[in-house]
Design a protein around this ligand. Structure first.
Ligand code: HEC
Ligand code: HEC
Length: 364
């Protein structure tokens, strides 16, 4: 800058300053208005668009791929170019470089010209930095492995999950817990039977999260291995959740089609093997087959007729005085109340069993 230029510059500076505005209140007011605008915009976004929700943090989820927010992705990506031990150096180095650079700017950039076109080095550096940041960000996004959203490996619909869960259950769990969670004898431990998982007690008494933990961590003390990947087991989170969906389906009242129940009403001479046993197997066996609640078993015709702490519980030809029939209707007896506890059979099923008893409770 020569003397001439300098004089002109100072004159213009004086002029500008004379008709300028004060920082307070002008600049402050402008800042306040813009801040308010941004705040209202954010508020509207939150209210009308909503906040993207990620699933709650789950320390047992090994498939989760942690990533920084988008505006830090460039730094995250840049670190990948430094081998392990140098990462720390890089982090410190980058910060130091930026700080020193900004601090030193007034010392090494003495150019009085302000227009970007007159400052090629500064302008090109800045363009380089911005392009670099954009490049690194894009690089980070495209190299991020695709994270499976929960429930996508296994079909999205509830039926598909229950189906997949059923297969996994049969493969991994049925051996010790019975095909439908009714409980089973443990191998090598004669007489030791697992508690039913399909009971109301268990299913209503545990949240999904708790059951998830029970399966994921296993019961190391009792002889059940850990099944979650996080604990060295074979099952992913989705697979465990599918198994839970399958277990939950035990509790849901099966939608017996109305016509099926009408059909029951039409059976005038019910057969034990064809009509009665299937109901016992489905509704009673969980507590009255391998486990013998009340000493009663529905495993065979003989046991149906003769077992029980209050045997006989069936009086052929007299349903009204049979303990079993009374219990099905929830009438209190010396042997206990409603069977199955808490979830009575359908009216048509109860009538069918009563008809069978009244006709002699034969093994037909
Ligand atoms: C080697 C046998 C074995 C296998 C296989 C097994 N379990 Fe278990 N499980 C047990 C034992 C033993 C217990 C201890 C409680 C009991 O005796 O009922 C238990 C307990 C549980 C419990 C807790 C029950 C409670 O009342 O707190 C759940 C839930 C469970 N198992 C689910 C599963 C699922 C789901 C699978 C398949 C992924 C599975 N188990 C596989 C033996 C097994
Ligand atoms: C969730 C477990 C469970 C299911 C399912 C269940 N019961 Fe029971 N049952 C029990 C228990 C527990 C007792 C013992 C009495 C009591 O504590 O109320 C019992 C007792 C009985 C007794 C009396 C036995 C005696 O001589 O003392 C009969 C009969 C009986 N149940 C019939 C049935 C029939 C029939 C079904 C199916 C329609 C059924 N139960 C389903 C748990 C169950």
């Amino acid at each position: 800058m020569n003397e001439e230029e300098k004089k002109r510059y100072l004159e213009r500076y004086k002029e500008k300053k004379a008709d300028g505005e004060l920082f307070f209140p002008h600049a402050i007011a402008k800042d306040a208005v813009v801040s308010l605008g941004v705040f209202i915009l954010l508020l509207c976004l939150v209210v009308f668009v909503g906040i993207p929700e990620e699933p709650p943090a789950n320390p047992a989820d090994t498939s989760y791929i942690p990533r920084p927010e988008w505006y830090f992705l460039w730094a995250f990506q840049a670190l990948k170019y430094f081998p392990g031990q140098l990462e720390g150096v890089a982090i410190m180095g980058m910060g130091l470089l930026i700080a020193v650079g900004l601090f030193g700017l007034p010392f090494f950039d003495r150019n009085s010209r302000r227009h970007p076109r007159n400052r090629p080095v500064a302008t090109l550096s800045m363009i380089g930095i911005v392009v670099g940041l954009i490049f690194l960000t894009i690089q980070a996004v495209v190299t991020t492995p695709h994270s499976e959203a929960t429930g996508t490996i296994i079909g999205g619909t509830k039926e598909e999950r229950i189906q997949a869960g059923g297969e996994l259950y049969a493969q991994h769990c049925a051996e010790c817990h019975g095909e439908n969670g009714e409980g089973a004898e443990l191998k090598g431990k004669a007489g030791e039977v697992t508690d039913p998982l399909n009971s109301d007690d268990f299913l209503t008494g545990h949240f999904d999260d708790t059951i998830f933990q029970l399966i994921s961590y296993g019961q190391p003390g009792a002889g059940m291995q850990a099944f979650g990947l996080a604990y060295g087991g074979p099952l992913t989170d989705q697979e465990i959740n599918a198994i839970i969906a399958f277990m939950r389906a035990w509790a849901e009242p099966e939608e017996e089609p109305a016509e099926a129940l009408v059909d029951l009403a039409a059976i005038e001479n019910p057969s034990f093997a064809k009509d009665i046993k299937p109901i016992f197997d489905k509704k009673c066996a969980s507590c009255h087959s391998k486990r013998l609640k009340g000493g009663y078993s529905v495993a065979t015709y003989e046991l149906v007729m003769t077992s029980g702490d209050h045997a006989p519980v069936i009086i052929p030809g007299d349903a009204a005085n049979s303990i079993l029939a009374k219990m099905l209707r929830g009438i209190k007896t010396e042997a206990g109340g409603l069977m199955p506890p808490g979830r009575p059979l359908k009216q048509a099923q109860i009538e069918l069993i009563e008809r069978w008893i009244n006709q002699g409770a034969q093994n037909n």
